[in-house]
Design a binder for this molecule. Structure first.
Ligand SMILES: [Zn+2]
Ligand SMILES: [Zn+2]
Ligand SMILES: [Zn+2]
Length: 251
């Protein structure tokens, strides 16, 4: 005889026995939520899973970074980019990776290395206002026409992997601007494609994080950020395909 199955309790409110959860655990926070907690309408800024209620209650493990900025239990856990020094290190390695990636695909060498590019950690509220490339909701790149100074803003307290992904996306915008490809409709999809390729290079202890983030990117439904990204990915599946040429030929 097997012991009777215990009905699953809600991972957030733990009150039991709850009605059996009809919902799959959230992809990122891994919380199994009950009928009440699934109504939490404020999302994690980093991964968009449910994180809090608008009346102020937080789901288990959620951290409120500021008024508009919440992190689910997963995205709030350690390995966060909190210092300028940590941000600069990722900027340096990601920029070099992109320069090599573009050179490998027939582009001029060291385009990004020749520019003055800085990365600043900002609050979500700051990021959401002002001019510049709209970016992903996690970052944006800002420059003035003709200048060689580029500022990338990324929200504070991201985990290293989404930080790297956001940076790769924004650096691709900078590359596109420098090479005269920034006016293309498919630019957001292309930036996401390059960011996705950058995630593919992440192994070791951050590998699990990177694989989750890749899955998250593939679920993007927006026609530009998701649709164009998937079109480039499908069109460039063969070893010999050149995604840069592919992108340039797109409308
Ligand atoms: Zn609950
Ligand atoms: Zn999250
Ligand atoms: Zn963008």
């Amino acid at each position: 005889m097997y012991p009777p199955e215990t009905p699953p309790t809600c991972d957030s409110c733990i009150r039991e026995p709850r009605r059996q959860s009809r919902y799959a655990p959230s992809a990122y926070s891994r919380l199994n939520l009950c009928d009440e907690c699934i109504k939490a309408d404020i999302r994690c800024y980093s991964c968009q899973v449910r994180a809090a209620f608008s009346d102020g209650r937080l789901l288990r493990g959620t951290v409120k970074v500021d008024d508009r900025d919440y992190r689910c239990s997963y995205c709030a856990s350690p390995s966060l980019v909190e210092s300028q020094d940590a941000a600069d290190k990722v900027l340096y390695s990601t920029r070099n990776w992109l320069d090599k990636w573009f050179a490998r695909h027939g582009e001029e060498e060291k385009i990004l290395a020749k520019l003055s590019i800085s990365v600043t950690l900002v609050d979500a509220a700051t990021l959401a206002t002002g001019d510049g490339e709209k970016g992903t909701i996690l970052g944006r790149a800002i420059w003035t026409r003709g200048s060689t100074d580029f500022q990338i803003k990324i929200i504070r307290k991201l985990r290293v992997v989404p930080f790297l992904e956001t940076l790769a996306h924004e650096l691709t915008h900078v590359w596109a601007y420098r090479t005269g490809n920034d006016g293309k409709e498919a630019i957001e999809g292309f930036c996401n494609y390059v960011a996705y390729m950058a995630l593919g290079t992440v192994h070791g202890k951050l590998a699990d994080d990177a694989r989750r983030r890749e899955a998250y990117m593939l679920k993007e439904v927006d026609i530009r950020y998701g649709g164009d990204f998937k079109a480039i990915r499908l069109g460039c599946r063969s070893e010999t395909a050149n995604p840069v040429t592919f992108f340039k030929k797109m409308a």
